[in-house]
Design a protein around this ligand. Structure first.
Ligand code: GAR
Length: 203
């Protein structure tokens, strides 16, 4: 199967991974998932990858004495699959220096808010607590900060008066899956450039 080689990193249920796998089933998509990595075992994200017949790897922080050693091991594990793009799809770890040295500019993440609003682990809860009427999701280029990298694409989602965290997150994830799969496909087919905080898809 031709196209850009994509390694996907997951920590949970992997519905965003599934969106990428489903999109890549179309030969015209322009990208193929070549491996799936995780920071823990026993998650549905890895099971989805195995059902798709993909190689998987797990890189646990607790298996390493230092965070830097974990970061190097994760970098090597991903590099072994020679990715053009690495996608964090609900991967709940911050990567370090060696990972960003190797994959900076081609490591993207998806986040369930309209960044720079509500970064961090509780974006949906924080948006609800703030009382915003519109939130959404962001696909961005990962940098050294927490959810601070250049924005690649965003989609809005309206907040309902009776939303709770679960209901709102589920609606955001519907938008997020389409945004992530669409953005990765466009990047793979058209290329991209990063100039400061500006990411441009297409040549
Ligand atoms: C997604 O909503 C993703 O944006 C979020 O975890 C979910 C993973 O869902 N990530 C973060 O909140 C990172 N700060 P999935 O496992 O079903 O793809």
């Amino acid at each position: 199967m031709p196209g850009a080689r994509v390694v996907v990193l997951v920590s949970g249920t992997g519905t965003n991974l599934q969106a990428l796998l489903d999109a890549a089933a179309d030969p015209g998509y322009g990208a193929q998932v070549v491996a799936v990595g995780a920071d823990r075992d026993g998650i549905e994200g890895l099971a989805r990858a195995q059902r798709a017949g993909l190689p998987v790897f797990t890189c646990r922080v607790t298996d390493h004495q230092e965070r830097e050693a974990w970061d190097s091991a994760l970098t090597s594990a991903c590099a072994g699959f020679q990715p053009d793009l690495v996608v964090s799809a609900g991967f709940l770890k911050l990567v370090g220096k060696s990972f960003l040295e190797r994959f900076g500019g081609r490591f993207i993440n998806t986040h369930p808010s309209l960044l720079p609003a509500f970064p961090g682990m509780n974006a949906v809860r924080d948006a609800l607590a703030y009382g915003v009427k519109v939130t959404g999701c962001t696909v961005f280029m990962v940098d050294e900060g927490t959810d601070t990298g250049p924005v690649i694409a965003q989609e809005t989602v309206r907040v309902s008066d009776d939303d709770d965290v679960a209901a709102l997150h589920e609606r955001i994830k519907v938008a997020e899956r389409a945004l992530l799969a669409g953005t990765v496909g466009r990047m793979a087919r058209e290329g991209w450039s990063v100039d400061g905080r500006k990411v441009r898809i297409g040549r």
